[in-house]
Design a binder for this molecule. Sequence first.
Ligand SMILES: [Zn+2]
Length: 181
Amino acid sequence: MKLKDKIKIITRDVTYIRLEVKNFQIRLIIPKSQIHKADEIISNKRNWIEKHLKLIDTVIEQTKQIKIKLNKDYKTIVNRSIKKYCQRIQAYPKKIEYKKMKSCWGLCSKSGVIKFNDKIKYLKQELIDYIVCHEVCHLKIHNHSKAFKQLFYKLYGKESAKKAQSELRNFEFLLLTSKTN
Ligand SMILES: [Zn+2]
């Protein structure tokens, strides 16, 4: 099978031609007027494509192994979790948002807005707790310094944190929707 056959080519009016991974598939988004460049782009990006094809295979394998189910109550879990940790450190977020994010589970801005990747809806409570606790700690400390870790371990527990961290790695593939430049 040629490399090109493994890629879905989508013609769309975009300013920039791009390669992306979506729904376990590599897609080339290209304006119709430039479709003649497709072969060249694919050959130039061969490394990226091959790397991501491999990644997709791994992901599909993992998906089969880990039964992923939607946690319908995830917002309730998040809210409960936020309340629990915020009360302990006496710091509260200004706002909580849910976004599709490509590289992280959560973000906390300096102004106190916490954003969660909406893919946390596929995670179980302990892992949601882990992510929430991390972001809540950022309300007090905005970096990943020793002080941050101390605070985090105090709230979540060092042993539990290590366990959650390694377990969360199994779900990183959920974040997979990367683009090339
Ligand atoms: Zn962080």
